[in-house]
Ligand binder design. Sequence first.
Ligand SMILES: [Zn+2]
Length: 95
Amino acid sequence: MEIKKCVRCGSLYTTDNDVCNECLIKDKVEVIKLRGVINEGLEVGTTKQDLAIKSGITSRNLERYLKTEEFSGIYFPETSCDLNNNEILKGTIEV
Ligand SMILES: [Zn+2]
């Protein structure tokens, strides 16, 4: 039996999940929120920061959810700064 430390609250647990049982519920609620925000339709150029603000999820947890299979196909730049730089490089934004 492997003892793991919960990434959300630091408690020890032995299940196969990424977090302890208590946080598993919080994770589920947040993933539903995140899914909702994404399904509502996002503006082009929505960053991880925007997403965190819109969904009320901390960037640390958001980072974790975005790595899951469900969201791994969607790309979000870290900040709008990243985006602007990339877009300017590609010449798609008029400055
Ligand atoms: Zn926990």
